[in-house]
Design a protein around this ligand. Structure first.
Ligand SMILES: [Zn+2]
Ligand SMILES: [Zn+2]
Length: 150
C-alpha cells in the first residue's frame, strides 16, 4: 500500500499542484483497503468535500496512473475499473458476481514459461487470478435457489 506522502511526493516531483481536493482524493485512496473504483472513491470524498466533482476524482486518478502511482486492476462491472494500489507482487481472488477483488500473497514458484513461450518478451512480473464466487455471493445464490423452489 503506497502511503499518502509517497503519492503527494510523486505529484510534486512531476510538477503537479496538490490542491486540498487532490490531497483528500489521495487520502481516501490510500485508506481504502483494496482496489477501489473511481466511483467508490468519489462517494467517500464527497462526504468530506461535497463540492468535489466526479471529473476531479476521475482526472486525479488518471493522472496518478500516468505517474505510476496506481495501476488499473480489473473491470468491475457497473463501477468501472478497479484501481490497484498495492505495488508489490501479489495475486488475486476475483468474484465473478459482485466483482470483489481480493489480494492474495502466495509464492507460485512454478509459474514460468519456456523461452519459446516467452516470444522474446522480457518479463517484469506475473499475476495469477482465481475466479469464483465469494462467500457472500455463495450465500446469496443459496437463498435464491431456496426462494425459487418455494
Ligand atoms: Zn461476490
Ligand atoms: Zn491487488
Amino acid at each position: 500500500m503506497p502511503c499518502l506522502e509517497m503519492l503527494i511526493e510523486l505529484f510534486r516531483q512531476n510538477g503537479r499542484k496538490i490542491t486540498p481536493q487532490r490531497r483528500l482524493i489521495l487520502e481516501v485512496l490510500t485508506q481504502h483497503s483494496e482496489h477501489p473504483t473511481a466511483e467508490e472513491i468519489y462517494q467517500q470524498v464527497v462526504i468530506t468535500m461535497p463540492d468535489v466533482s466526479r471529473a476531479t476524482v476521475y482526472n486525479t486518478l488518471r493522472e496518478l496512473m500516468t505517474l505510476g502511482g496506481v495501476t488499473e486492476a480489473f473491470e468491475s462491472g457497473e463501477g468501472g475499473v478497479r484501481y490497484e494500489t498495492n505495488p508489490g507482487n501479489h495475486h488475486h481472488l476475483f468474484c465473478t458476481r459482485c466483482y470483489k477483488l481480493v489480494d492474495i500473497h502466495h509464492d507460485f514458484a512454478e509459474v514460468a514459461l519456456s523461452p519459446g513461450e516467452l516470444a522474446g518478451y522480457q518479463i517484469v512480473g506475473h499475476q495469477v487470478t482465481f475466479y469464483g464466487l465469494c462467500p457472500d455471493c455463495q450465500e446469496r445464490e443459496k437463498d435464491e435457489v431456496l426462494s425459487s423452489e418455494m
